[in-house]
Write a protein that binds this ligand. Structure first.
Ligand code: PMP
Length: 528
């Protein structure tokens, strides 16, 4: 396999072939605002209305002039980009700026410390790695408390201040003829290794069904999609997936998986052994709006259930705002209007203004472990180029009393009106419209039982949404994609620079698509 230019195809040729089958293997040569330009057959530029929006990384539009100017100024000024292990005042300013907005939205003044990374998955990895460090340190405290309790109980028994009662001997099969000191030693020799083995258990994560948190070794185990996750099961700790909007499932998983150790106590001159729950669950990962799972919005009620549950079992919540955050839904954090309060937040995508590759994870002070700073880093993270651009992004979001947030809401409502209108006219084809602001999804009905053989065939490829996207691109110059784990849902995450003309293109395109489906014309949808 060679490309047209004769260069061997070595950069993911299989993927290119798949995209080609759906009519999506075009080359984009320029980008501006909400438009991508593809190269036509005669080398000409053809504008495409971009509703994929870099899957959420270009909320401000491609090549926002202020971001481009900022990048140019940094390069022209010879700003050192790679200056690891120095003071990084720009990173500190960025952390402070993020805190100010987060505090306003959450109504708190608790500091959130920032750890910078390069990609979304990397920020997720940093968050769960920090959470595991915190868990292990809490376990170490617990081990210390258990050992101290053994010691103090032993002393009490040896001094004759406490006895090992018959009831306890019977429970652990200790002979009634042993004196108290010997009975206690036998009891401790039984319980201490038992506790040790339990505390050594591997951690578990909690995540939602349909959730997507990245594709790296650890983060992919938190991503529900079986085909991404299952081959790499051996690489990292496992997650238990909670069905959406299902508080009962939370309780069931907890009942099944909870970990308890046995702790000695002395009361009324008698030794006793009580159960103490210890943290098996390392973190609960939540997207306020699932992006790749098909654009599902978390309800405030379920958010509240998760919050209460996690508080009860002392499990930190990682709110993954990588796709939903950065103003897309009208607030920096899509989760803040839900009343959800994260111990951790992850931000990426639009944080880099569509130019820099950067991400951040925030940890609230109450959970923060400064030791983490010594054991976690990346060559590329926290660099001046990315940080200064991210500061510019925040400045743009906050300018004019939050004009970008308002525009995201207003353009989101206009987009929603188009999608709702199509659904109203094609209820047999379109199942549901979901989302908030500029993060919307259109779910199509499953077509595997369609009357038309060509439409059934399309559904049977398992790439249904990609063919719909191919049709929209080819026939209507509209770019969108299905979400990664729900291929019947097309995603719409354009920039705030979305125009009414582009909305009209989308409206026409979707209606044409629905008409073709209604007419059973699968041939047209694959471009034959
Ligand atoms: N979390 C969420 C919610 C995402 O949507 C994504 C990317 N789609 C990621 C994590 C991973 O980000 P990246 O692709 O930058 O690793």
């Amino acid at each position: 396999t060679h490309s047209e230019s004769g260069t061997p195809e070595l950069a993911e040729p299989h993927l290119r072939q798949l995209l080609g089958a759906a009519g999506l293997a075009v080359e984009y040569v320029r980008a501006e605002g909400n438009t991508l330009y593809l190269r036509g057959d005669d080398g000409e530029e053809i504008p495409v209305a971009d509703f994929a929006g870099g899957y959420g990384s270009v909320l401000l539009g491609h090549h926002h002039p202020d971001i481009v100017r900022c990048a140019r100024e940094l390069l022209d000024a010879g700003t050192p980009v790679h200056a690891q292990f120095s003071r990084h005042p720009y990173a500190n300013r960025l952390a402070a700026e993020l805190n100010q907005i987060v505090h306003r939205e959450l109504g708190t003044d608790e500091p959130y410390f920032a750890i910078f990374a390069n990609t979304g998955a990397e920020a997720v990895e940093a968050a769960v790695k920090h959470a595991e460090m915190d868990r292990v340190m809490r376990l170490a405290d617990l081990r210390g408390e258990l050992a101290a309790a053994v010691e103090s109980t032993r002393r009490a028994v040896d001094a004759g201040d406490a006895v090992v009662p018959e009831r306890l001997r019977a429970r652990f099969g200790i002979m009634g003829t042993l004196d108290d000191a010997a009975a206690f030693r036998e009891l401790a020799a039984h319980i201490e290794p038992l506790n040790g083995a339990r505390l050594d258990r591997r951690p578990l994560f909690l995540a939602l069904e349909g959730g997507f948190h990245g594709k790296l070794g650890l983060s992919v185990q938190l991503t529900h999609n079986e085909s991404y996750r299952a081959p790499f099961r051996g690489l990292a700790a496992q997650a238990r997936f909670v069905p959406r909007e299902s508080p009962e499932a939370l309780r069931e998983i907890h009942e099944r998986e909870r970990g308890v150790v046995l702790a000695f106590t002395v009361s009324g001159g008698q030794v006793d052994v009580v159960e103490r729950e210890f943290p098996v669950f390392c973190a609960f990962l939540v997207e306020p709006i699932q992006g790749e799972g098909g654009v599902h919005v978390l309800s405030p009620e379920f958010a509240g259930e998760i919050q209460r549950f996690c508080a009860e079992i002392d499990c930190p919540i990682v709110v993954d705002e990588i796709q939903s955050g950065m103003g897309r839904t009208g607030t920096l954090l899509a989760s803040s209007p839900l009343g959800l309060r994260g111990d951790y937040y992850t931000l990426a995508k639009t944080l880099g203004g569509g130019i820099a590759k950067t991400s951040a994870m925030l940890v609230r002070q109450a959970r923060y472990r400064p030791e983490f700073e010594i054991v976690h880093s990346s060559t590329f993270a926290k660099d001046s180029f990315s940080c200064v651009i991210a500061l510019k992004v925040l400045e743009l979001l906050e300018a004019d009393d939050g004009a970008v947030y308002r525009t995201a809401r207003e353009r989101g409502a206009a987009l929603r009106a188009v999608l709702d209108g199509v659904r109203a006219d094609f209820p047999e084809q379109v199942r549901e419209i979901r989302g908030e602001g500029l993060m919307l999804g259109m779910e199509f009905h499953d077509q595997s039982g369609a009357a038309s053989a060509s439409v059934r065939e399309l559904a049977a490829t398992g790439l249904f949404g990609y063919f719909l996207a191919g049709h929209l691109l080819r026939e209507h110059r509209v770019r969108t994609f299905p979400t990664a784990s729900a291929l019947n849902t097309l995603r719409f995450e354009p920039s705030v620079r979305l125009t009414d003309a582009e909305l009209a293109l989308l409206d026409d395109g979707l209606r044409d698509l629905c008409r073709a489906l209604a007419a059973g014309d699968g041939e047209r949808l694959v471009g034959r």
